[in-house]
Write a protein that binds this ligand. Structure first.
Ligand code: BES
Ligand code: MN
Ligand code: MN
Length: 454
């Protein structure tokens, strides 16, 4: 392992330069104008694997391609399936970036770029891990397969079919994923649970066209007002979601888990300051960590309608739209939550308007087994890489494919993330600390070594 560390140190500058090349590709999966760039990023990943000595192919899907790679020369040793994504979220609002989202820059020890932490910077660590072992030992300590997709940020639409169609090919003992965050700087984490997601769009339509708000105001329903009424009725003053049946399948947190989370070095004030909110708030009866990891949510993601330009226009708009979503926890399912939400919204909708309710994408919540030998290997690797013991935590975000790996391939995932909670994922000025970048390369590399010895 000393040789691996020496090799990684000696190649650190080149690796940073390579990551910058990948970060320069604007692989925004939701934007059809960037389809060519998404593909280019996939090709980049494929070529990097191939250069490391891993057999790699680009597999087309009806959407963006999937990079598949394999190195199966460790007879008798276990097989790891590395999952990651090379697509990114849109960079807007553009004018809030200090430097361009696709012009990676290091400032004060941090790499700034869209995808720096989510997920290019973290995923890249696993490409380097293969390269490091091949360069130093001419082989990998375990068999490794790679599935690096280009549609994670749009709900992994084609990945489930791909996994079903390639069950044999993807056979492995465990999945390893670096697409989450450490608990805090210097405190690595193994994430054993993720929330699920149900995403919706709702449009409220009233009059056939925009109206003069003086001539018509007070006589017909205003779609924006109605939309806001519906949304605010979905939650009460205690932060509970009022949708009938919404909590039916929520598994209570065990006392053991609540106690364990109380021991984590968490500070409400640090958490508040990290996002600049005035105060923290949420569901009554739960701590911040419980609200983040163990409880479902309902949040409006976007809302528009009517006049939003300069000045004032006295208009009564014809329609208004909102996007909103729920984070789910075990054992809620997106299918059932979608049904319950649609029923609740249609009950809340007054006769004065037409409401259309659209189901967007979803993902199931997961809690994974922490007794698998690969978890021990991840733990040891994180200790070697960051010089500190990993804590076991859950994550508030979602990686829908983790549930598919567990139900279709019947293998657990080990979530060994190198990012930090304040990395501004999906926001302007997304960053990845250089310490995380270098620690991540070590962590991914040492994981293979430790798992090979397990
Ligand atoms: N990497 C994130 C998920 C994440 C981040 C989990 C930090 C835990 C900690 C992933 O790329 C992501 O953003 N997922 C989406 C879901 C998807 C269906 C769009 C999310 O959580 O909103
Ligand atoms: Mn991600
Ligand atoms: Mn993301």
């Amino acid at each position: 392992m000393k040789d691996l560390r020496t090799w990684l140190d000696a190649n650190a500058e080149r690796h940073l330069g390579e990551l910058f090349d990948l970060l320069r590709i604007p692989s925004v999966s939701t934007d059809p104008n960037h389809a060519g760039d998404v593909r280019r990023a996939g090709e980049w990943v494929r070529d990097k694997l191939a250069a490391a000595g891993v057999h790699a192919e680009l597999h087309d899907t009806p959407g963006h391609p999937i990079v598949y790679g394999e190195w199966l020369g460790a007879e008798g040793a276990p097989t790891v399936l590395v999952y990651g994504h090379y697509d990114v979220q849109p960079p807007d609002p553009l004018d809030e970036w200090v430097t361009g989202p696709f012009e990676p820059t290091v400032r004060e020890g941090r790499i700034y770029a869209r995808g720096a932490t989510d997920d290019k910077g973290q995923m890249y660590a696993h490409l380097v891990a293969a390269e490091a072992h091949m360069a130093v030992n001419g082989r990998l300590p375990v068999n490794v397969k790679y599935v690096i997709e280009g549609e994670e940020e749009v709900g992994s639409k084609n990945l489930e079919n791909y996994i079903r169609a390639n069950k044999e090919r993807l056979k492995a003992d465990v999945v390893v994923i670096s697409d989450t965050s450490m608990f805090a700087p210097g405190v690595p984490a193994i994430v054993y649970g993720l929330r699920g997601l149900s995403y919706f769009e709702m449009t409220v339509e009233g009059p056939t066209h925009d109206l003069h708000s003086g001539l018509y105001g007070g006589t017909v329903a205003n779609p924006i007002n109605v939309l806001c009424d519906i949304i605010s009725a979905l939650k009460d003053d205690d932060g509970h979601i009022t949708v009938p049946g919404f909590y039916d399948d929520v598994r209570d947190l065990t006392q053991e888990e609540r106690d364990a989370w109380k021991l984590l070095p968490h500070s409400d004030e640090v958490w508040r300051a990290s996002c600049g909110a005035e105060t923290l708030t949420g569901e009554a009866g739960f701590s911040t960590l419980e609200r983040r990891w163990g409880r479902p949510t309902l949040d409006c993601n976007g809302i528009w309608g009517g006049f939003t330009g300069e000045g004032a226009k006295t208009v009564l708009p014809a329609k208004a739209t909102a996007k909103f979503s729920c984070r789910l926890v075990p054992d809620q399912t997106p299918e059932k939550i979608e049904d319950l939400m649609e029923a609740a919204v249609s009950k809340l909708a007054p006769d004065s308007v037409r409401v259309t309710f659209r189901r967007m994408h979803g993902g199931r919540p997961v809690v994974v087994d922490t007794t698998h030998p690969a978890v021990g290997a991840a733990r040891a690797a994180l200790t070697d890489a960051f010089g500190a013991e990993a804590v076991f935590i859950r994550g508030g975000g979602s990686i829908p494919v983790v549930a598919d790996f567990s139900t279709i391939l019947e293998i657990p995932s080990v979530l060994m993330g190198f990012g930090l909670p304040d990395d501004r994922l999906h926001s302007p000025n997304e960053k990845y600390d250089l310490a995380c970048f270098h620690g991540g390369l070590l962590g991914a590399t040492f994981f293979l070594s430790h798992y090979g010895k397990a």
